[in-house]
Design a protein around this ligand. Structure first.
Ligand SMILES: C[S@@+](CC[C@H](N)C(=O)[O-])C[C@H]1O[C@@H](n2cnc3c(N)ncnc32)[C@H](O)[C@@H]1O
Length: 323
């Protein structure tokens, strides 16, 4: 059983309180449907993970918790064994008391590309749509966010997030709700909304941009990170059955076209802040994610192409404001 009571209490007194009109009923339905199969056993495993409070916590330079006195070797083995139940670990890395989770993605590198371009997060209420394990939520807390809320419908990522929370001393500054963006009412309550790595998975990307805008306060900031292709404002790739082996990739526009989409949806001050090719150092197989990764998805004779012959992954960060 995952308890969302702390979150309800937290928002009862702030400008997210109108979310309580629908959220408890939605999550109650979700709990009823989720409590079987793998999720049920993951929740049991989660219960065996101890809450450990760090004496030193660094969320500015990573997600790094330390404790004095240090954990014994036996305690580290026990934590490692529990955390390995929640593999594959894709988004991170995390370091807990000498247990290092080397995730498939260096999500810290993405954060380093995003952070210099956004408004300071200090004191802000933040939504991270499609937050995965919640790695970036903790980095937002590290930047002084008042509250960081993530949504992600994947059950394993909720378990990873709750495991991390326990190893950060049951920290309540970040929360993950197992919802898809389409389940959110128009809350108009977040100062910053992040959508990173989600847009190309949406069948209707302009609807996604509208949904993101609906979550922002007036003058709020959208941080959009997505796959793009090189090209002018008329260029968009609609891949066939698969792109880099992923089945659920629908639209990959150029950054210039993406800027136009944002303007079409009513965003202003739209900026293309960064563009970077994904390297096999940033996304790779590790001991915490043991199946195929980027190097297996690229053409072995030409790494500028995916194995399907499309341009290899290139990612852009765009920043926009809701008027
Ligand atoms: C490529 S990952 C991106 C994770 C993270 N934001 C990052 O940039 O590293 C896409 C995430 O979107 C989540 N997702 C899938 N459908 C979604 C939906 N309808 N609403 C919100 N998130 C969704 C997936 O579970 C997955 O964790």
């Amino acid at each position: 059983m995952i308890d969302f009571g702390n979150f309800y209490q937290l928002i009862a007194g702030n400008n997210l309180q109108h979310w309580l009109n629908c959220l408890p009923a939605q999550l109650h339905e979700w709990q009823k449907a989720a409590l079987h199969g793998s999720f049920k056993s993951w929740v049991k495993t989660l219960e065996n993970l101890p809450v450990i409070s760090p004496t030193q916590l660094d969320l500015k330079n990573g997600v790094i918790a330390e404790r004095n006195p240090a954990l014994s070797e036996g305690e580290k083995v026990c934590i490692t064994n529990i955390l390995q139940v929640f593999m594959p670990w894709r988004k991170g890395p995390f370091s807990f008391y000498g247990v290092n989770i080397d995730t498939e993605w260096r999500s810290d590198w993405k954060w380093d590309r995003v952070l210099p371009h956004i408004s300071p997060l200090s004191g802000r209420t933040i939504l991270d749509v499609g937050c995965g394990s919640g790695y970036h939520l903790w980095r937002m807390v590290g930047e002084g966010a008042e509250l960081a809320v993530g949504i992600d419908p994947t059950q394993l990522f909720l378990c990873q997030f709750e495991a991390v929370r326990k190893l950060l001393g049951n920290d309540q500054r970040a929360h993950l709700l197992p919802l898809g963006i389409e389940q959110l009412p128009a809350l108009a309550a977040f100062d910053t909304v992040f959508s990173m790595g989600v847009l190309y998975h949406r069948r209707s990307p302009l609807d996604h941009l509208w949904q993101l805008k609906n979550q922002l306060v007036s003058d709020g900031e959208l941080v959009l990170e997505s796959l793009v292709v090189e090209g002018d404002e008329h260029t968009c790739l609609i891949p066939g059955e698969r792109y880099a082996q992923m089945r659920n990739v629908y639209f990959i526009p150029s950054a210039k076209m993406l800027k136009i989409w944002l303007e079409k949806c009513g965003f202003v001050d739209v900026k293309i802040a960064d563009q970077a090719v994904t390297t096999t150092e940033e996304q790779r197989r590790t001991t915490w994610m043991r199946t195929e990764s980027l190097s297996d998805f690229l053409d072995p004779t030409d790494s500028s192409k995916t194995i399907e012959g499309y341009p290899a992954p290139l990612r852009a960060v765009l920043i926009a404001r809701k008027p």
